[in-house]
Design a protein around this ligand. Structure first.
Ligand SMILES: Cc1ncc(COP(=O)(O)O)c(C=O)c1O
Ligand SMILES: N[C@@H](CCCC[NH3+])C(=O)O
Length: 479
């Protein structure tokens, strides 16, 4: 992304300005409801209150950095999707966005299905008591052991991603037949195939997944998807129950999803012509996840119900036109459920004005976390919104960069933001919409322990995941 500079450019002694001036927020203290959790606000003295919990009290009890998750926000977004698609099981929450035992239980209570993409996510879901038949198992390189576990516990479906995996599954189905005899045939391993539909999703290259030149799925245009189906139908003990496509993540343009839905239906029609027996077994089209969320006020993502109406309409019209029974539609939202309801709270440690070429100044605000709890800015140049959380301020807005404590110049949490000029060491900052792909991609880089995740609801706070400790890290040492 190129830096956007005010046409006149900053003058010597002014704070550097990388964004258009119209991005200056009218009120630095306002919490835009599109960006912040549904139960975020400010209390009487101006401090941020999250589901009835003063952020200063949470910080005093749990320390900073900490991630605070608004439970009712998470649950209400689950319900938005369930209402949009009309069936709770149709909504497969993508656990890769954020998963822990309590979240698995909330998903179960809300009736959703769950998409896992490794044995680790699968084992967490099982340990938390999630019903295996509502789990879909993804992954581009599943091991024998992972596939054996999925088959043994009876997951709802395994989403097959390669010819090698078909070979592995054939071996597992054969072993099951040898061990269990003919009743293994009456309990086949249920499969989807992941189809690469060739859609160029308009998102960051690293999180687009359905263009041809990437690792996921079977290409539709090259005939791999059709070949994968031919191999699966020829194998005993395997049953193809659906087609899957996922075009990428943080997508705002509905047309990518719509083109993908049309291509998947067209593949279904072709497959049923070639293999009429599949008409009884292919009952689901899983159109994946990827719906974007607002990280800043400039973002205007489509709402789940609007997307659902469009996708359900396309699938039913295209199937009817082709004379096909209309299959169930499933989706796999991760970010759109987990993202908006969590904020990361940091404490300001140092403030430094750096004089750049031409004498302009950039204010660097260093916080007590950084790329170890949020790698997305460094990895995808992601934009975030930050606010002063421990109080309000009427001081003028100053252009800032919020950075972390790591030994790396790319350790940036919020690249460009406005914060009040009187921001001081010890103030708390909150960064919005950090619920998806932050904690799960966190590391202990520089031996900075992972932060805790605190769930808040109705004035109460519960620790979902405690802070990592030095002892946790020391336990990995074998000497
Ligand atoms: C197969 C699959 N399903 C669902 C998702 C969830 O995507 P998102 O969090 O963007 O909704 C992903 C991640 O991109 C994915 O790879
Ligand atoms: N980790 C990515 C999303 C990847 C989604 C999984 N295929 C992000 O932070 O946006």
């Amino acid at each position: 992304m190129s830096a956007r500079v005010h046409p006149a450019g900053p003058r010597s002694g002014e704070h550097v300005d990388d964004r258009p001036l119209d991005a200056l927020p009218a009120d630095l203290n306002r919490l835009d409801p599109v960006i912040w959790p549904r139960h975020a606000g400010r209390g009487a003295d101006g401090a941020m209150v999250l589901a009835g919990n003063d952020v200063r009290d949470l910080a005093a009890e749990h320390g900073t950095p900490m991630m605070v998750l608004d439970e009712q926000d998470f649950r209400s977004r689950c319900r938005d999707f369930v209402n949009a698609y009309g069936r709770a099981e149709a909504v497969h929450y993508a656990g890769k966005a954020f998963l822990c035992t309590q979240v698995v239980r909330w998903l179960d209570e809300e009736g959703l299905s769950l998409d896992v993409c490794t044995g680790g996510e699968l084992r967490l879901a099982l340990r938390a008591g999630f019903p295996p038949h509502r789990i879909t198992f993804h992954g581009s390189n599943k091991s024998d052991a992972e596939l054996e576990l999925a088959a043994e516990v009876g997951v709802g479906a395994i989403v097959v991603d390669s010819y090698d995996e078909i070979g592995r599954l054939a071996g597992i189905a054969e072993r099951r037949r040898l061990v269990r005899g003919s009743d293994a045939d009456s309990d086949p391993i249920r499969l989807f195939i992941r189809v690469t539909v060739g859609v160029e999703a308009h998102t960051h290259e690293f999180i687009a997944t359905a263009h041809e030149d990437q690792k996921f799925g079977f290409s539709l245009s090259a005939g791999d998807a059709q070949e994968a189906v031919r191999r699966i139908v020829a194998l005993p003990g395997l049953r193809l129950i659906g087609l899957h496509s996922h075009i990428g993540s943080q997508i705002f343009d509905p047309s990518g999803f719509e083109v993908s839905a049309r291509r998947v239906v067209s593949l279904l029609r072709q497959l049923l012509e070639d293999h009429p027996a599949l008409a009884d077994s292919i009952t689901v089209l899983d159109l994946g996840g990827g719906l974007g969320i607002a990280y800043t006020s400039a973002d205007d993502p489509p709402q789940p119900d609007v997307m659902a109406t469009s996708l359900l309409d396309i699938v039913s019209r295209e199937c009817q036109a082709a004379g096909l029974v209309v299959p169930d539609v499933a989706v796999e939202p991760g970010r759109a459920i987990a993202g908006p309801g969590t904020v990361t709270v940091y404490q300001v440690g140092t403030i430094k004005d750096v004089v750049l070429d031409g004498g302009v100044v950039r204010r660097y605000v260093s916080v007590d976390g950084g790329m170890s709890d949020n790698i997305r800015t460094a990895l995808y140049d992601a934009a975030y919104t930050v606010t002063l959380a421990s109080r309000t301020s009427t001081a003028p807005a100053t252009r800032c960069r919020v950075v972390g404590k790591h030994c790396e110049s790319g350790d940036i949490v919020v690249r460009d933001c406005y914060l009040p000029a009187d921001l001081a060491v010890g103030d708390l900052l909150a960064v919005a919409a950090t619920g998806a792909y932050c904690y799960v991609m966190a590391s202990s880089y520089n031996r900075v322990p992972r932060p805790p995740v605190i769930a808040v609801a109705d004035g109460a706070a519960r620790t979902l995941l405690r802070r990592e400790t030095d002892d946790d890290l020391m336990r990995l040492e074998t000497w």
